[in-house]
Design a protein around this ligand. Structure first.
Ligand code: PTJ
Length: 248
């Protein structure tokens, strides 16, 4: 049960996010390490003014274009993202025609099943990452993140992920996958290795991605291709970093 936060509290949004994660921890969705990881993200979010910057928005438009143009896109879900935005992730998977795969750093079949349950409750059509018979291994990764679904991440062309471990991101890019990451830390290995890096909070990114995708899905393929061509990830990340340095 999520503790009620008075909406008049000056830091209400931030406190509500914390409560969702604590609730997710109590329900076996989030690992204790996920609470620590959130703290790191929260500090960067504070420096970004807790809002989507125009650079993050540009990255989201490029990311939505890539997902819409992909044939086999996947949204990778972990404990934190499930606790924070399960419903929106399901909507985003429908709008962008991406499949959902659960992929955990701290692997546990019980937790994966609990996460699948909340996604299914939000009307997820299918959730990958649970079937041991469909398991494939990404070579070169020591953590449990190496276990992926052979019909999902292994066979995908584009992967949307958040709060990700740098080893897996680097390996996925090496395998020729197009990686879109959401990471509030522009200095993380995931942020640096990704093809499109969204420096923003996952709680704002996913609703934005839904709105942007709903608009872009009506556009021609050439429009989306141009949007991707005009996007420079390194420059975009650099500008986000400057915003953090200067203060928004
Ligand atoms: O559920 P599991 O087992 O897969 O575990 C997930 C965690 C989060 C514990 C695991 O992936 C982990 O340890 O992550 P890291 O390596 O600490 O990376 C988390 C990154 O996400 C950091 O760079 C944070 O700044 C960033 N981050 C944290 N919260 C958010 C975020 N980025 C966007 N939105 C957030 N809300």
């Amino acid at each position: 049960m999520i503790r009620k936060i008075p909406t008049t509290h000056p830091r209400a949004n931030s406190l509500i996010i914390r409560e969702k994660l604590v609730d997710g921890f109590r329900n076996g969705i989030v690992v204790p390490q996920g609470l620590i990881a959130h703290g790191r993200g929260e500090a960067f979010d504070y420096l970004l003014g807790e809002k989507t910057t125009k650079y993050a928005y540009e990255a989201q438009r490029a990311a939505a274009s890539l997902l819409l143009l992909s044939n086999k896109s996947i949204i990778s879900v972990n404990g934190n993202t499930a606790a924070l935005c399960a419903k929106d992730l399901v909507t985003m998977s429908n709008v962008t025609k991406s499949r959902i795969e659960i992929n955990l750093f701290h692997n546990s079949s019980t937790r994966a099943s609990s996460i699948a349950r909340i996604l299914t409750k939000e009307d997820a059509f299918d959730v990958l990452g649970l079937n041991s018979k469909s398991k494939a291994i990404i070579r070169g990764i020591s953590s449990n993140r190496k276990y992926v679904d052979k019909d999902g991440i292994m066979n995908s062309d584009t992967i949307f992920l958040a709060l990700e471990d740098g080893d897996r991101t680097e390996n996925l890019v090496r395998m020729g996958k197009t990686v879109i990451s959401v990471d509030l830390n522009p200095l993380s290995r995931t942020a640096i290795a990704s093809n499109v890096t969204i420096i923003d909070n996952i709680v704002r990114v996913v609703p934005n991605m839904i709105r942007i995708s709903e608009q872009l899905v009506k556009k021609d393929k050439s429009y989306l291709l141009q949007l991707i061509k005009n996007f420079d990830n390194k420059e975009n990340m650099h500008k986000s970093l400057l915003m953090i340095k200067k203060g928004v």
